[in-house]
Design a protein around this ligand. Structure first.
Ligand code: FDA
Length: 582
C-alpha cells in the first residue's frame, strides 16, 4: 500500500535551479526532498557562462572553490572571434565578459567573484555533491507524474523509474524546478506570456584539438560565418567546453525546411568546413536539437507552488543568462521559505518571490531575444543574405575589405554591429544590477539613483533598499574580506561604522526579541573590520554611524543614513516589515 511521505518542501528537478534550491534549503536546515526524473545529472554541456552574481551564490553556499576548480577561468574566456573558419583570416573580435582593459576594472571592482565558463554537465555534479554534503535529500530516477494542491499542502505522485512504483508525497510547499517542459507549470496551469518555437538550434558536442587556432586568442565563443551558408547568426558557433579540445558546435536552422542532418558524417562535414583545416581529427560525442522560446510565467507562484528556473522563463542562450537566472531564482526563494517554515516570517513574505523575480525573468527573456536579433547587423555588414550562393557571399565579403569609400562605409557598419554585441557579452548591468521592489524591502522614500551610464552595460553600486549589497574589500587583521562575505549564509546582517555601537546593541536586542539570526559588523578605523582603501566609505551612501540591514540573499532590506534616536525601535520595525510580521 502507498504510504504517504510528508516533507516541508518538495523540489521537483535537479538542474541548476533545483540543485541550488536543494543546497540552500539543506544549508538553512529545511526539511526538504528533491526528486529528479533522470538517473543522473545533465549528460551534455548545454549552458556554460557563469556570471559573478551566480558565483556569489555559490560562494555563499560554500561551493565557489569547487566550481572554480572544475571551470575554465575568466582569463581564458575573453576573445569572441568572427571568421569564416578557424583557419581563415579573422574578420572581427570583441573582448567579452569583462576581459577587455576598458571593462576589466568594472568587473573586478564589482564582486569578490569572477565569471567562469563551466558547462552544465560539469557544473551539475559539483552542485550535486555540494548539496548532498550540506545534507540534501536528493533522489534520482524519481519522476513527478501528478501534482495538486489544497489549502494545507501539495500532493505529488512520483514514479520510481527503476521499479515503476508510484509514491505519494505531501509537502507544505512545492518548487517546480523541472525545466522548460515543466510538468508542474503545465498541470497547475501557470499562465505563460510570450511566444514559443521562434527558431531552432542544433548542438553538436565534439572533440577536436584546435589549440593552434585558439590558444593565442583564448575565448568561449568563435562565430563562423560562411559565405552562402547563412542562417540567422552564421554557419556554426563554436563554444569552448574544454580548452582547446572539446567543443559544442551550435547552429541555427529553419524548422520549416525540416530537421537538419545530424548523422556523424554530416556533423563532421560541418565541423570540418568551419574549422577550415582537413587535418584536424574530429570525434562526435552527441547531438541535440532545441527550440528558441521567448516565454516568462505571468505568475511565479500559485498558492503553495513556486516556479524557478526554466520552468518560469525560457529564452535563447544569448547573454548566457539561462543557468544564471535559474540559480538566482532559487537563492531568492530559499531563505524566504526557510524563514516562513521556522516561524521567523509570516506567509506573506512568500509573495515577494514573484514580485522580485518575475520582473527579472521578464527583463532576461527580453534581453536575450533582443541580443539574438542584434546579431543580424553582423551578417548584413558582411554582405550575407539568405539564399545567396557561396560565390555571391564570397564576393560580398571580398568587397568588405576592398579599398574605396563604399567598402569603408561597410567596415564602419561592421564595427558598429560588433560594438552592439556588448549588450550580449559585456552586459554587466543586466548580470549584476538586479533591483528589487517588494514588501520584503523597507524603502526609505528616496528614489533609485539615476544611472550615470547605460544601465544594461554597466553595473552601478548603490545601497538603495532593494539593491544587491555593493562589494568592497575590507580587512580583518591580515585577512581580506568582502562585504558580501559578511552577509548571507541564511541570516540577516547589520553593517555599521564608527559611532554605530548603538546599532550593534540594537541588532542583538532585535535578534533576541524576534528570534532571528541577525549579526552586526562594524567597519572603519579601529573597528572589527577596516576599510583601508576607503572603497566602502565611497560606496555605502550612509554616514559612519548609519546602518544597513542586509537580507540573507545579500540584498539591502533597509537603511538608516545616520544614528537614529531609537535604533532598536527603528531596526525592529524594519525587520518586522521585511518579514511581514507587522
Ligand atoms: P533544467 O532543464 O536544467 O533542469 C530540469 C530538471 O528537472 C532536470 O533535472 C530534469 O531531470 C528534471 N525534471 C523534468 N521533468 C521532471 C519531472 N516530471 N519529474 C522530476 N524531475 C523532472 N542556457 C544558456 O544560458 N546558455 C546555453 O548555451 C544554453 N544551451 C542549451 C542547450 C541545450 C541543448 C539546452 C536543452 C538548454 C540550453 N540552455 C542554455 C538552457 C539552460 O540549460 C537552462 O537555462 C538551465 O538548464 C535551466 O536550469 P533549470 O534547473 O531551470 O532546468
Amino acid at each position: 500500500m502507498d504510504t504517504i511521505e510528508q516533507t516541508d518542501v518538495l523540489v521537483v528537478g535537479a538542474g541548476p535551479a533545483g540543485l541550488t534550491m536543494a543546497a540552500a534549503l539543506a544549508k538553512y536546515g529545511v526539511n526538504a526532498v528533491t526528486v529528479t526524473k533522470y538517473a543522473g545529472t545533465a549528460h551534455s554541456p548545454r549552458a556554460h557562462i557563469t556570471n559573478q552574481r551566480t558565483m556569489e551564490v555559490f560562494r555563499d553556499l560554500g561551493l565557489e572553490d569547487a566550481v572554480r576548480e572544475a571551470a575554465t577561468p575568466n582569463e581564458l574566456m575573453g576573445n569572441n572571434v568572427w571568421a569564416t573558419s578557424f583557419a581563415a583570416p579573422e574578420i572581427a573580435r570583441l573582448l567579452t565578459w569583462g576581459s577587455g582593459p576598458e571593462r576589466h576594472s568594472d568587473y573586478e571592482l564589482a564582486s569578490p567573484s569572477s565569471m567562469c565558463n563551466i558547462p552544465q554537465h560539469v557544473l551539475e555534479p559539483v552542485l550535486h555533491h555540494g548539496a548532498v554534503e550540506l545534507g540534501a535529500d536528493l533522489r534520482f530516477s524519481t519522476e513527478l507524474v501528478s501534482v495538486q494542491q489544497d489549502d494545507d499542502a501539495v500532493t505529488a505522485v512520483v514514479r520510481h523509474r527503476d521499479t515503476g512504483n508510484e509514491q505519494t508525497i505531501r509537502a507544505r510547499y512545492l518548487i517546480g524546478a523541472d525545466g522548460g517542459r515543466s510538468t508542474v507549470a503545465e498541470q497547475l496551469d501557470f499562465p505563460m506570456l510570450g511566444e514559443t518555437d521562434l527558431g531552432a538550434s542544433a548542438n553538436i558536442w565534439l572533440e577536436a584539438d584546435l589549440t593552434k587556432y585558439t590558444a593565442y586568442r583564448p575565448g568561449t565563443l568563435y562565430w563562423m560565418t560562411q559565405p552562402g551558408n547563412d542562417y540567422w547568426v552564421g554557419s556554426g558557433t563554436w563554444i569552448c567546453v574544454k580548452p582547446w579540445t572539446e567543443w559544442v558546435l551550435l547552429f541555427m536552422y529553419d524548422p520549416s525546411e525540416g530537421e537538419p542532418d545530424l548523422s556523424e558524417e554530416a556533423c563532421i562535414a560541418r565541423a570540418r568546413t568551419t574549422i577550415g583545416d582537413p587535418d584536424v581529427d574530429i570525434t562526435i560525442k552527441s547531438t541535440s536539437l532545441w527550440q528558441i522560446n521567448h516565454v516568462v510565467a505571468e505568475q511565479y507562484r500559485m498558492g503553495r507552488v513556486f516556479l524557478v528556473g526554466d520552468a518560469a522563463h525560457r529564452h535563447p542562450p544569448a547573454n548566457g543568462l539561462g543557468t544564471n537566472t535559474s540559480v538566482q531564482d532559487s537563492f531568492n526563494l530559499a531563505w524566504k521559505l526557510a524563514a516562513v517554515l521556522r516561524g521567523d516570517a509570516s506567509e506573506a513574505l512568500l509573495a515577494t518571490y514573484h514580485d522580485e523575480r518575475q520582473p527579472v525573468g521578464r527583463q532576461v527573456v527580453d534581453r536575450a531575444m533582443k541580443s539574438v536579433a542584434d546579431m543580424l547587423p553582423i551578417s548584413q555588414a558582411l554582405g550575407f543574405a539568405p539564399g545567396q550562393s557561396h560565390e555571391e557571399g564570397q564576393q560580398a565579403l571580398d568587397g568588405l575589405f576592398a579599398p574605396g569609400p563604399e567598402s569603408e562605409q561597410r567596415r564602419a557598419a561592421l564595427a558598429e554591429a560588433i560594438e552592439l554585441q556588448n549588450y550580449q557579452f559585456n552586459a554587466h548591468g543586466v548580470e549584476l544590477g538586479q533591483q528589487y521592489e517588494s514588501a520584503a524591502v523597507a524603502g526609505d522614500g528616496t528614489p533609485w539613483p539615476a544611472p550615470e551610464r547605460d544601465a544594461e552595460l554597466y553595473y552601478e553600486a548603490t545601497t538603495h533598499p532593494g539593491a544587491r549589497l555593493p562589494h568592497a574589500w575590507l580587512q580583518r587583521g591580515t585577512e581580506a574580506v568582502s562585504t558580501i562575505d559578511l552577509t548571507g549564509h541564511g541570516g540577516f546582517t547589520l553593517l555599521t561604522g564608527i559611532g554605530g555601537e548603538a546599532w550593534v546593541q540594537a541588532a542583538a536586542a532585535v535578534a533576541e526579541d524576534l528570534g532571528i539570526t541577525l549579526t552586526a559588523h562594524t567597519i572603519g578605523h579601529g573597528c572589527e573590520l577596516t576599510d583601508p582603501l576607503g572603497r566602502w566609505a565611497e560606496l555605502r551612501e550612509i554616514g559612519d554611524a548609519g546602518a544597513l540591514l542586509v537580507r540573507p540573499d545579500h540584498h539591502i532590506a533597509w537603511r538608516s543614513t545616520d544614528l537614529a534616536d531609537d535604533p532598536a525601535g527603528d531596526l525592529e520595525a524594519a525587520v518586522r516589515r521585511v518579514l511581514a510580521r507587522e
